[in-house]
Design a protein around this ligand. Structure first.
Ligand SMILES: [Zn+2]
Length: 140
């Protein structure tokens, strides 16, 4: 993109006599710089990688603990089986919600599904900060 006025590299846009032009830094003085569009490349789509939406089974901790007890493993030994830090299982049993990668390792190890299936609609509603039906009711 070249500065319309002098041919140098345009770095911003300015409104000159009511026309929006790509201009270099110097030529902004001929018009009113439009700071909002300093970046000329198309506005990057906001890439929000949503936190993986998953819900652990209610008795997730119990399942893990039961499995560990049944196998006669210490928390450290089970962590080692998962190839995770020794403290991981301790944290899990204390109620820490492990990332999905660890959950799936546990699922494979224990051989059971540890996630609740969350219906799509419900997942979406969680991300949505707009008014929920519940709020509407409360407003009355
Ligand atoms: Zn210029």
């Amino acid at each position: 993109m070249e500065c319309v006025l002098c041919g140098k590299e345009a770095v911003t846009r300015a409104e000159v006599d009511g026309v929006i032009l790509d201009v270099c830094a110097e030529c902004t003085k001929y018009g009113k710089e439009i700071r909002k569009v300093v970046i000329i490349e198309p506005k990057r789509k906001e890439i929000v990688i949503p936190e993986m939406d998953y819900v652990l089974k209610e008795d997730f901790v119990k399942i893990v603990k039961d499995y560990r007890m049944k196998k006669g493993l210490t928390q450290e030994q089970l962590s080692a089986l998962l190839k995770e830090k020794a403290s991981i299982v301790k944290k899990i049993e204390e109620g820490w919600m492990p990332p999905l990668s660890i959950v799936s390792k546990l699922e494979r190890l224990i051989g059971t599904n540890l996630l609740e299936t969350v219906p799509d609609a419900q997942t979406k509603r969680k991300d949505n900060t707009s008014v929920t039906l519940g709020d509407l009711v409360n407003m009355k």
